[in-house]
Ligand binder design. Structure first.
Ligand code: ATP
Ligand code: MG
Length: 418
């Protein structure tokens, strides 16, 4: 076995994950860190969570630890909780998955050896174990070598592995992009062959993978790879009509997004060329949340809301700038580079030149004020209030008194017009 000194991460979660392995070991069990956390440590990254694999059965694990949660027990997974805060690790019994009859989920799980547990995993880089007490990497699948040569390779026969679970097709694009790995020939060939069948995966799970890809700084690489592999076209068929030239723009914009940009603005950039109707349809088909869909559609609708050659009235501008979605729109415009450089400059100048004070101040008058002044309710109050509001935002009125005078003049003008 190889000895490895992994970067020490003096992190409480890591300490906790080590102590869980120690407890299992002291009770006569085999136990390792497993999967994604091993990969992350070998890459010098801080794992988002630690998974532990052991030969102890779930019942044993529950007995050995004081605080556990049993939601995944049918898959042999017990969550071991630390004291306080969100300290927890998943402890899974070594298993070999049964037949995948529906192409998505194993029909049954059978507990097995460490080696069987490694070979049921998807990619070699995700199939390694690490012993945090002896600092050894246990690698049954050639993951170390692949990680060293920066290669993404399915464990075993690629076609069979994707056949078992089509979600792996998308996971391949995500991992290759995120860790900047080349996809091994046979694995790539299998993905290209099978990408049209990714649609058997539930829309929610596909969307979840898209969220992971689009919220990571490698989003542009992930999407270009998904496109090249035929996955994007399978998930969103309308994307097949996007030309290479359009795609170059899309991909550059994705690459310019700030690292921590959210899913919705990334997704908007991805699909904006399809137009708002198709975008709405796509959001529904992927079962995105209402909140996501509303933001995405709002962004697409406001793509060209500020055209510096043809500006809307300042009240309309102020309302746009004060809108809670506006920061996302600005993020998109910034990501568009040259195409939106004038728009972004205009917005920046506008904000710079704005006098102090809120951009979206509370309305100066309401319906009750009008009634108090003797105006008859029902005479299109909302129209009057809207007009007052615009005048306020345009700076024509600044006080209640001037607003009331303004209303009087306004109604007089309306009356005269007939
Ligand atoms: P992330 O950093 O995104 O959490 P991860 O590798 O930890 O990446 P998880 O989805 O948390 O991914 O899964 C943990 C481990 O379980 C993986 O590293 C892999 O070994 C295994 N695994 C997860 N999903 C699959 C799958 N669909 N098919 C086979 N193995 C899987
Ligand atoms: Mg994980």
């Amino acid at each position: 076995m190889l000895k490895f000194d992994l970067p020490t991460n003096p992190d409480v979660v890591r300490e906790f994950a080590t102590s869980v392995v120690r407890t299992l070991r002291n009770s006569g069990h085999v136990a390792f860190w497993a999967g994604g956390c091993v990969r992350d440590l070998l890459l010098g990254r801080v794992p988002s969570d630690y998974d532990i694999a052991t030969d102890a059965t779930p019942e044993r694990v529950i007995k050995l630890f004081r605080r556990t949660s049993h939601v995944g027990i049918s898959f042999g997974v017990v969550r071991v909780l630390g004291d306080g805060r969100s300290l927890e690790v998943e402890v899974a019994t070594f298993r070999s998955d049964g037949e995948y009859l529906d192409g998505r989920r194993p029909e049954s799980v059978t507990f097995g050896s460490a080696e069987a547990d490694a070979t049921r995993r998807d990619f070699t880089i995700n199939g390694m174990f690490y012993d945090p007490i002896t600092c050894e990497v246990i690698d049954y699948v050639g993951g170390l070598e692949d990680l060293e040569s920066r290669r993404l390779r399915a464990i075993g026969n690629a076609v069979e592995r994707f056949e078992e679970d089509k979600l792996r097709l998308l996971r391949a694009a995500r991992f290759a992009a995120r860790f900047d790995l080349a996809i091994d020939g046979a694995t790539r060939h299998a993905i290209e062959l099978m990408s049209p069948r990714v649609t058997v995966v539930a829309a929610e799970r596909i969307a979840q993978e898209l969220r992971r890809m689009l919220t990571h700084p490698s989003r542009a690489q992930a999407m270009s790879l998904a496109r090249d592999l035929g996955l994007l076209g399978a998930i969103v068929p309308a994307m097949l009509s996007v030309s290479d030239e359009q795609w170059t723009r899309t991909s550059k914009a994705l690459a310019r997004l700030p690292a921590d940009a959210g899913f919705s603005v990334g997704f908007t950039i991805l699909v904006a060329d399809l137009g708002v109707e198709e975008v709405t349809k796509t959001c529904n088909e992927l079962r995105l949340s209402n909140e996501e869909r509303l933001l995405i559609c709002w962004l697409v609708e406001h793509a060209d809301a500020v055209d510096s050659a043809n500006l809307p009235r300042s009240s309309k501008l102020k309302r746009l700038f004060a809108h809670s979605n506006f920061p996302e729109l600005l993020k998109w415009w910034r990501a568009e580079g040259q195409a939106k450089v004038q728009t972004v400059e205009f917005v920046e100048r506008y904000h710079h030149d704005l006098p102090d004070g809120p951009i979206d101040p509370p309305p100066i008058l309401n319906g009750r004020d009008l009634i108090a002044q003797g105006y008859q309710p029902g005479r299109s109050f909302s129209g009057i209030l809207e007009a007052v509001r615009n005048a306020q935002l345009e700076g024509a009125i600044a006080s209640r008194d001037s607003a009331l005078i303004w209303v009087r003049d306004y109604l007089k003008a309306v009356d005269e017009r007939g």
